[in-house]
Design a protein around this ligand. Sequence first.
Ligand SMILES: Nc1nc2c(ncn2[C@@H]2O[C@H](COP(=O)(O)OP(=O)(O)OP(=O)(O)O)[C@@H](O)[C@H]2O)c(=O)[nH]1
Ligand SMILES: [Mg+2]
Length: 226
Amino acid sequence: MTSKVDMVSVVIPTLNEAGNIRDALDTLDRELAYPKEIIVVDGNSTDGTIEIVKDSNARLIIEPRRGYGLALRVGMKAAKGDIVIMVDGDGTYEFKHVNRLVQRMLETDAEMCLASRMYDPNKAMGLFNFVGNKVITFCFNMLYKQNISDTQSGFRAISHAALEKVEFKETDMPFATEMLIKFSRKRFKMVEVPSTYKFRRYGKTTLNPFNSGIEILTTILKGLRS
Ligand SMILES: Nc1nc2c(ncn2[C@@H]2O[C@H](COP(=O)(O)OP(=O)(O)OP(=O)(O)O)[C@@H](O)[C@H]2O)c(=O)[nH]1
Ligand SMILES: [Mg+2]
């Protein structure tokens, strides 16, 4: 559990996010009210993302191996802060809520705080993803006795000490669910704050929602044996 914060590390995976990353870095730099380091883990983007990150205050790690989860894991290993924030580089999460996540984590003495998009009246999440998320979240909550409203949120504040107690295997989208499973198993406290979700302004998704959904449900079932 984290009682004081000397530094917050923000880890951002990017794959061809040139249209979004500068705004993401500027907003985080401006909004995050704690001493910070920002780590961008880039999958060898070819659209100028790397040049934009090099021209910023953020630290750049190039990770040519594919996978959203792998990129986050590499960034988290490199992070030095007591709290690690994970968030996408595509500007779909509301960075202005970043301090809320840290504050709620500290107030509740939790090991993780998720930004839940399920309170969002704008519903920027497409219908397929919304329904898929509901199904996955229902299965997860039932099987692991949790009460999380948005298990697929990729915007989270996490205790660094807790992360060090867990080993991850997943390399792609199921990583986010593997983390919840392993935190549940360790009885780490997980809380959430309401947040909003925005449409992607530039670039395209790397996710195949159907395949990811199947992989995530498989991860939930596999986790029962762990
Ligand atoms: N380094 C790295 N980053 C990745 C990889 N795949 C995805 N990302 C980044 O991970 C984040 C999440 O991926 P998205 O493509 O936005 O997936 P999504 O959020 O499910 O899809 P959208 O609804 O379109 O936003 C984005 O910042 C991507 O640029 C990868 O293989 N390597
Ligand atoms: Mg996204």
